[in-house]
Design a protein around this ligand. Structure first.
Ligand code: PLP
Length: 395
């Protein structure tokens, strides 16, 4: 038997969504006629914008002709998409990001998991708690020391500053799971910390399109000095319904001594690029029509968020997030149930799935994550069922 990576033994043994799925299957087996509604997993329910679909259909047609077909894509992304990203997502907002700092990928999950390959094995990594688990698990697999930064209601769920020197800090805004957004001042404090301590920030803004409040930064590069200390990841998944077709990008500024060149080296060694068809679909998101379609879909999800948040608040749950994010973070501690207990109660008695906060870290205990990325009718129905359960005194 081969000698295995010993650090895998440090991972939690099971995976949150698999456990939730197993429990949902058990309930369905016992109640075959029940319609289970999921406000759990963060997948989207609205289709890809028509503009992108047409662009992908045209690209596919090009593949059907020897004179226009494309083979391997460039590993770092086609110039047309890198240019569209640099212009539409940065330069048009007065942020100086150039094409050769933008790297197209097949998903932010891969980017945030792979980026740690650039750091030394003995780097100390700071990770918020609760957190999107990929930051944590990818660093555990590499055997790094992790320092957790608690996120609490008193601090609007922004991570506390590291109390010891750390080398890398992961931040996510709008946040999964809490729905919190970082203000300019809060991001500046992290940029200042990173500048003073020679640390690097990985800023995940997969949900940036949900930010409607103009005072909330969508990019860490809105903060002066951030290009010297931060990498940023973004995704077409939640904004343009690309969870199934896969496209994202990462910005690695040239100011980050050597990291831009290292990322090019790593990516051209390990990745063969995102398909032409998908990149054409992503490019179309930046057309006038594409932007309009995306804005409409985001408004739909934000309206779902409003419905879920209002409904939960009406029955006495204190809720956070949901205003500039598709997630509502509900405080269920007063029910006396643990977050898994609340999950089981809602699933078995209301046939509604939401995500136990403790699955995102210790500080998530006592909270539930509700996703607004589903269908409107499901959000309305789920809230009705939860209210009913409350009236019966079960939660
Ligand atoms: N980053 C965060 C914070 C997420 O919540 C998710 C998906 O849920 C991702 C990244 C993954 O995005 P992608 O679909 O581009 O891999």
């Amino acid at each position: 038997m081969v000698k295995v990576n010993p650090f895998y033994a440090d991972l939690l043994p099971s995976y949150l969504f698999r456990d939730m799925g197993n429990k949902a299957r058990e309930v369905k087996e016992k109640n075959p006629d029940a319609k289970i509604i999921s406000l759990g997993i963060g997948d989207v329910s609205r289709h890809i914008p028509n503009t992108s679909i047409k662009a992908m259909q045209n690209a596919l047609t090009e593949m059907a002709d020897d004179s226009t077909m494309r083979g391997y894509p460039p590993e770092l992304g086609y110039a047309f998409l890198r240019e569209a990203i640099a212009k539409n997502d940065y330069q048009d907002f007065g942020i100086d990001i150039s094409v050769d700092e933008v790297f197209v990928s097949d998903g932010s999950k891969c980017d945030v998991a792979n980026v740690q390959e650039l750091f030394a094995a003995d780097c100390v990594v700071a990770i918020p708690d609760p957190v999107y688990p990929v930051y944590r698990d990818s660093n555990i697999m590499a055997g790094r020391k992790i320092v957790y930064l608690p996120c609490r209601a008193e601090n609007n769920f922004m991570p506390e500053m590291p109390k010891e020197k750390v080398d890398v800090i992961y931040l996510c805004s709008p946040n999964n799971p809490t729905g919190a957004v970082a203000s300019k001042e809060q991001l500046k404090a992290f940029v200042d910390y990173a500048s003073k301590n020679d640390a690097l920030i990985i800023f995940d803004s997969a949900y940036k399109e949900f930010v409607r409040d103009k005072s909330v930064p969508k990019s860490i590069y809105e903060i002066a000095g951030a290009k010297k200390v931060a990498i940023e990841t973004r995704s077409f998944s939640k904004t343009a319904g690309f969870t199934g077709v896969r496209c994202a990008y990462m910005v690695v500024p040239k100011e980050l001594s050597g990291l831009n060149a290292m990322w090019i080296r790593r990516t051209s060694t390990k990745f063969n690029g995102v398909s032409y068809i998908v990149q054409k679909g992503a490019e179309a998101v930046f057309s006038d029509e594409g932007k309009k379609e995306v804005a409409e879909v985001i408004s739909y999800y934000l309206e779902n968020a409003k419905i879920i948040k209002k409904g939960l608040e009406e029955i006495g749950f204190k809720c956070f997030g949901g205003d500039n994010a598709p997630y509502i973070w509900a405080d269920i501690s007063k029910t006396g149930l643990s977050s898994w207990g609340f999950f089981e109660k809602l699933l078995s008695r209301a046939f509604v799935i939401c995500t136990p906060g403790s699955g995102f870290g210790k500080c998530g205990e006592g909270f539930m994550r509700f996703s607004a990325l589903g269908k409107r009718e499901d959000a309305l129905e789920a809230i009705m069922r939860i209210k009913d359960l409350k009236e019966k005194g079960e939660i």
